[in-house]
Design a protein around this ligand. Structure first.
Ligand code: ZN
Length: 408
């Protein structure tokens, strides 16, 4: 089994964290800003120094290819993203990209040629922090989102994604998704605390859990705040009842679940008026890889019950649907096998958050490798992963990639 150079990986992560560094130790590197351009350039420089050929597709996804002995074979791909949230962490995304780079550097150190090429991908705008879409580059690569639709996304600070792509010169000639890959492996911090709790070093990621969001609108009757209580049709009281019921459903769900009313709006939202309108967004997620359909059904039933009980009109529609996504059994099996052979304690895990790997899984056999992050904290300057865990995750990536790309 091969080992990576943990010090070099740590130094690269530190250097990358200086691009867009904030005063309190975080990173602000929003997609397609000048900071993102600097990060892309730093990565491309390092990749070329490691003997890789670097190219971009039309949505700005970057691919650094270490050639294989048989150039006709599709590459074994790994990678992640370099954009961050506002005042985000140093490891989310950057770890997967720089672990991929370390794989290429280590293969160079050891003068190991592979039969298939090895490629490190940097996906455009994973975080959803600047444009109203997440995992945008990987969605376009997988065919889930047309390039033109992605280019038309307007940023929260003004310009469109296409305008920013052109401004920083990140778009290449290649049609997204045009070039195939034989596998995709993404190393990432867990962004949860299961590994920390179990004392395991490697999360063998089985897939990404499903998310459903429902929009519910209650329609009642507007009235004076001094009117009798008996005849009221108060839309906001109905919403409050639903919030309580949603929490109970998730708490009592067998196998575990999370359900949240994260957004609520009342009209006329005035101090002396009974609200006749309440809109809320309900987010429902089950533990594991089963679709959260049962959970959604229970929530729908409760919404209908509250509406009937309070004499409210109700409009209910699916707001957002994501996953669940099961990763490729062969790739997942190789991650588990390699972790075991390296003597690393590992745990099968389902990702609570979406990742580029979710879109890649639709077109390429895919798996992810998680490493612990302290207290599960991410999207924060307090995000922290231990150097030894990062190195262990990178070791797993190296050996999985080598097994897939095969020594020449
Ligand atoms: Zn990420």
């Amino acid at each position: 089994m091969l080992a990576t150079d943990g010090d070099r990986l740590r130094c690269s992560l530190e250097a990358m964290a200086r691009v867009g560094a904030t005063a309190d130790g975080g990173v602000t590197r929003l997609a397609l800003t000048d900071e993102d351009r600097a990060a892309r350039e730093l990565f491309a420089t390092w990749a070329r120094e490691a003997g890789c050929e670097v190219r971009c597709d039309a949505i700005g996804n970057v691919f650094a290819r270490r050639p294989g002995a048989d150039p006709s074979l599709p590459p074994v791909m790994c990678g992640s993203h370099l954009d961050t949230q506002v005042n985000g962490g140093r490891y989310d995304g950057a770890f997967g990209v720089l672990a991929g780079l370390e794989v290429c550097r280590r293969l160079n150190d050891l003068a190991i040629a592979t039969v298939a090429p090895v490629e490190v991908a940097v996906w455009t705008h994973e975080e959803g922090a600047r444009f109203p879409s997440s995992c945008t580059g990987s969605a376009v690569f997988s065919g889930a989102l047309p390039v033109d639709a992605a280019r038309a996304l307007r940023s929260f600070d003004g310009p469109t994604l296409g305008e920013e792509l052109d401004r920083i010169g990140a778009a290449g000639a290649e049609t997204p998704g045009e070039h195939p890959a034989s596998a995709y492996l993404e190393a990432h911090i867990e962004q949860g605390s299961k590994l920390e709790a179990s004392g395991d070093v490697i999360g063998v990621v089985l897939g990404i859990r499903g998310i459903r969001q429902l929009e519910v609108i209650f329609l009642g009757a507007q009235a004076h705040a001094g009117s009798a209580m008996a005849d009221r049709r108060d839309a906001l009281v109905g919403a409050a009842d639903v919030i309580q019921r949603v929490r109970r459903i998730a708490r009592e769900a067998t196998g575990g679940a999370s359900a949240t009313v994260g957004q609520i709006e009342a009209k006329p939202n005035a101090q002396s008026v009974v609200p006749d309108y309440a809109r809320m967004l309900i987010d429902a997620r089950r533990e594991g890889l089963e679709p959260p359909d049962g959970l959604v059904r229970q929530i729908r039933d409760q919404v209908a019950e509250v509406a009937a009980q309070d004499g409210l009109g109700v409009e209910l529609k699916q707001h957002w649907t994501y996953g669940p996504i099961a990763f490729d059994e062969g790739c997942v099996g190789t991650v588990r096998e390699v972790a075991g052979e390296l003597g690393l304690r590992h745990l099968d895990i389902v990702s609570p958050a979406g990742h580029d790997a979710g879109y890649l899984a639709e077109v390429v056999p895919t798996a992810m490798i998680f490493v612990p992050c302290r207290s599960g904290i991410s999207h924060s300057p307090a995000e922290l992963a231990e150097a030894e865990h990062l190195e262990a995750g990178c070791d797993v990536l190296l050996n999985v990639v080598l097994r897939r790309a095969r020594p020449a």
